[in-house]
Design a protein around this ligand. Structure first.
Ligand SMILES: *Cc1c(COP(=O)(O)O)cnc(C)c1O
Length: 462
């Protein structure tokens, strides 16, 4: 058996992995031993593999390592808490200092009106909690028929039965009998792919008004809530047109439904504000959090809610929901240490005033590459749309969606850069502490990967 103190060669580890480990979101038949990278260390914005490569992590892990790798004080806070009180639950009239301190801190940092916090261990279980809270809230307000959750096609809200149902990923619904009942999906504000001849502003309004139409069609007495990511992440870093969120907010204000912001990616500084809701002036009734809450150092997620939602749910007596690890003391201590770093180093403010503008300018240069139809950034999220005839300004896609994107992702990795491919979009979400020269390196490596990809595409077409 593999000993963590004395690692064998990469090949031995790859073989052992394939023997016993089943990976998330992976086609195991297509996974060859040569494909597996064994990541063994990390520091700052770089991850290190077992062959000694230093790879620039343009994805901050899975959109989560906001404060960067190697923050020993998070580990020290976790170790102190482990020694003091490694575990206790928060059911049955008990609590503990870390969960109290974290809740108090979140009350200050989260958007106005979000005052109460319920914890879990991930974004997926947070969104399961959202569904149960929303439906229980309406029951508590005497409207138990309001159970329908409206979400969007190509949204990502997690991988559990309920959160994947809430998400709008058709390929996920196709496995395991999803979606669950009373989830309805409307169109996404993805102008590049779906905007046709409309201008972005017009298209944004049209997509927002699908919410109004859906409420009318389903019946306002049936709809509990609308949930959305301020910017869709896993769906391909889809920055909505400027008209979209104000119109969604108007509709939610006029109609008797809850508005839920899934802040799992946008929360904790990603857009240069503490939350995506702050950036887009969204006034949510609930927010889902995970990822950047602990910068991924330990699993923790949670839901923030208004006093109104809290009181409505409380009308129903016991809210029969929670997890063994809700508010886990060690995860909570790590989250507090992470938030302390974000505050003390002024990281969110620095993203807004410095890093995001630098990133925007340098990343935009990738838009000149002949393979790139559009280069978009918002805060420290970036996205490149790969298309066959970018020069003509056409938004036409490659046939065999995902092939060119997959190739480009592999070329990035081969050049020691992690970027992710979503179909034929390349997406990027670096740690918030990325320095200017590291942004330069990211853009240089991405350009090189695009060149290699363009050459391969030309070769295939010849
Ligand atoms: C990652 C993600 C989730 C799911 O979080 P997990 O911790 O993987 O369960 C939910 N919502 C959004 C927007 C995400 O990006």
């Amino acid at each position: 058996m593999l000993s963590l103190g004395n690692l064998p060669t990469t090949d031995v580890m790859r073989e052992a992995d394939l023997n016993s480990h089943m990976h998330p979101f992976t086609d195991h038949d297509a996974l060859g031993t040569d494909d597996l990278r064994v990541i063994t260390s990390a520091s700052g914005v770089f991850i290190g593999d077992s062959d000694g490569n230093q790879i620039l992590d343009g994805m901050a892990g899975l959109w989560c390592v906001n404060v960067g790798y190697g923050r020993s004080e998070i580990g020290e806070a976790a170790a102190r808490q482990m020694a003091q009180l490694p575990y206790y639950n928060t059911f049955f009239k008990t609590t503990h200092p870390p969960v109290i301190a974290l809740s108090e801190k979140l009350r200050v940092l989260t958007p106005d009106g979000i005052n109460k916090f319920m914890f879990g261990t991930s974004g997926s279980d947070s969104n399961d909690t959202v569904i149960r809270l929303a439906r229980t809230y309406w029951a508590g307000r005497g409207k138990p028929s309001k159970t329908v959750m409206i979400s969007r096609h190509n949204a990502y809200h997690g991988s559990s039965m309920a959160s994947a149902s809430l998400g709008g990923m058709a390929f996920m619904h196709a496995q395991g009998g999803l979606p669950i009942p009373d989830v309805h999906h409307i169109g996404q504000p993805y102008w590049f792919d779906e905007g046709g001849d409309m201008d972005p502003a017009e298209f944004g309004l049209m997509r927002a008004r699908e919410l109004e139409a859906a409420i009318d069609q389903i019946g306002e007495d049936r709809v509990a809530a609308f949930i959305a990511e301020p910017i869709q992440g896993a769906g391909g870093v889809i920055v909505p047109p400027e008209t979209y969120w104000p119109e969604i907010q108007r509709i939610c204000d006029e109609r008797d439904i809850l508005l839920v912001a899934d802040e799992v990616i946008c929360g904790f500084g990603r857009l240069g504000t503490w939350f995506g809701s702050d950036h887009f002036n969204i006034r949510p009734d609930m927010i889902a959090m995970a990822k950047g809450l602990s910068s991924g150092y330990l699993p923790i997620g949670g839901v923030g809610l208004t006093d109104d939602v809290y009181e409505g749910v409380s009308q129903m007596g016991e809210f029969a929901h929670g997890y063994t690890y809700s508010g886990h003391p060690v995860s909570a201590a790590a989250a507090i240490a992470n938030l302390d770093i974000l505050e003390r180093e002024g990281i969110v403010e620095r993203v807004r005033s410095h890093t995001a503008p630098v990133f925007a300018e340098k990343f935009a240069a990738l838009g000149d590459h002949p393979l790139v139809g559009e280069a978009v950034t918002c805060g420290l999220l970036g996205k490149l749309e790969l298309v066959p005839d970018a020069k003509s300004g056409s938004r036409r896609r490659f046939e065999n969606s995902g092939t060119v994107g997959g190739l480009c992702r592999d070329n990035c990795f081969a050049n020691n850069l992690v970027m992710r491919a979503v179909r034929d979009s390349m997406v990027c979400s670096p740690p918030l502490i990325i320095k200017d020269d590291e942004i330069d390196a990211l853009v240089e490596r991405a350009w090189k990967a695009l060149d290699l990809t363009a050459a391969a595409v030309a070769g295939q077409m010849a």
